[in-house]
Design a protein around this ligand. Structure first.
Ligand SMILES: *[C@@H]1O[C@H](CO)[C@@H](O)[C@H](O)[C@H]1NC(C)=O
Ligand SMILES: *[C@@H]1O[C@H](CO)[C@@H](O)[C@H](O)[C@H]1NC(C)=O
Ligand SMILES: *[C@@H]1O[C@H](CO)[C@@H](O)[C@H](O)[C@H]1NC(C)=O
Ligand SMILES: *[C@@H]1O[C@H](CO)[C@@H](O)[C@H](O)[C@H]1NC(C)=O
Ligand SMILES: *[C@@H]1O[C@H](CO)[C@@H](O)[C@H](O)[C@H]1NC(C)=O
Ligand SMILES: *[C@@H]1O[C@H](CO)[C@@H](O)[C@H](O)[C@H]1NC(C)=O
Length: 315
């Protein structure tokens, strides 16, 4: 059960890939370099042309040079922003000293995502009603983008502001929704984490936001979390598994990983671990590989470029 759809047949080789180390003739070069301005070689949804979505979660995404855009450029299907409520505005950053007045949930995430979705859903005479609901990735338009919102300030006070901040995406019909019975997938799936209060999500319908359930509590007798509440569940890797030595999980660690993945998947919920080792690089890559091979659905990463390369080279 993978929540994303990799639609390989739809991937066409974009012109830019022709710019390799192989020498090309002067006249071909001139056609290639003029392609960008020639309507024959451009099309409306090409912003994310050729980017293949990957099960990557861009952890602390606001730390990147260009929040959201950096993750988009490598094909991450999931991103995470920490939000702090001050004076009725949601500011984005890792800690209070990193906040500024202009870096807000709206300016760094909602508006840029909306911008991409407007491009991917053009209003043209070829598109008949109802309007398209393509996701951000041109190569896989049915792929949702998970937007994790990590609430840092008081949960019950802050969450209603998050719900309000989603209005531009909601009004355009771009959010994954729950109507009390069924979930309808949309271009963006919002998942509250951190201080997000469960009782502001579970039991609420209709709604267009979900909750990041802790993996270890999912099979306790008091848990009534369903996939309609939590499409993805997460937990702290280091707390569950401790140190990974010699670049491999020992038998206890591997057994726990397999049983957690199986338990969560049996509920139709996807699996994400955070706080895995980022160093040494050999250990980091071995952990990514073990998690992926065991069926973890999102690889939580801080180094986007490394994971994108890891993906490309994965045998
Ligand atoms: C919040 O508003 C008050 C009153 O206008 C102002 O003094 C304060 O600096 C503001 N705080 C932030 C974090 O913007
Ligand atoms: C799309 O085009 C139609 C026809 O010109 C227009 O009525 C409509 O408002 C446009 N919608 C958007 C979202 O631009
Ligand atoms: C909820 O959505 C599902 C799937 O689109 C639909 O079949 C069902 O009728 C809807 N239920 C309500 C109460 O709107
Ligand atoms: C889930 O359990 C909680 C706590 O026991 C309870 O308050 C809530 O009503 C239950 N919700 C559903 C949808 O069953
Ligand atoms: C596996 O590693 C964990 C964490 O380092 C350790 O607590 C556990 O005892 C190890 N189990 C085995 C069987 O070596
Ligand atoms: C819950 O799942 C964990 C991890 O898969 C497993 O170790 C534990 O035995 C399960 N507990 C119950 C009550 O099923």
């Amino acid at each position: 059960m993978k929540p994303w759809v990799l639609c390989v047949s739809a991937i066409t080789a974009p012109l830019v890939l022709a710019q390799s180390d192989i020498p090309i003739s002067g006249s071909l070069q001139s056609i290639l370099s003029h392609g960008a301005s020639n309507p024959l070689y451009t099309y409306p949804t090409q912003l994310t042309q050729g980017i293949i979505p990957k099960p990557i979660h861009s952890h602390n995404d606001y730390w990147r040079p260009l929040p959201f855009w950096s993750a988009l450029s490598v094909g991450a299907v999931s991103i995470e922003a920490d939000v702090w409520l001050y004076n009725e505005t949601l500011h984005v950053g890792h800690e209070q000293s990193a906040l500024t007045s202009v870096r807000t949930l709206d300016s760094l995430y909602i508006q840029p995502i909306l911008d991409v979705l407007h491009r991917q859903n053009p209003n043209s005479s070829f598109v008949t009603s109802p309007p398209t609901k393509n996701g951000v990735y041109d190569t896989s338009s049915g792929q949702t983008l998970y937007l994790f919102i990590d609430v840092k300030t008081n949960g019950p006070k802050t969450w209603p502001y998050v719900v309000k901040a989603l209005a531009p995406l909601r009004d355009a019909g771009y959010l994954t929704t729950f109507n009390g019975t069924a979930v309808t997938s949309g271009p963006v799936t919002v998942i509250g984490t951190g201080n997000t209060p469960l009782n502001h999500v579970q039991g609420v319908s209709p709604r267009d936001y979900f909750w990041d359930a802790p993996i270890p509590t999912l099979n306790t007798t008091f848990s009534n979390i369903t996939k309609e509440v939590s499409p993805i569940a997460s937990t702290d890797f280091a707390v569950q598994f401790g140190d990974v030595r010699n670049q491999e999980f020992n038998s206890t660690q591997l057994a726990l990983l397999q049983s957690q993945v199986q338990m969560v998947h049996a509920k139709g919920i996807a699996v994400r671990y955070w706080d895995q080792p980022g160093w040494p690089v050999g250990t980091r890559n071995a952990v990514w590989r073990t998690l992926y091979d065991a069926g973890a659905d999102l690889l939580n990463v801080d180094d986007l470029e490394a994971v994108a390369n890891f993906w490309d080279n994965k045998g």
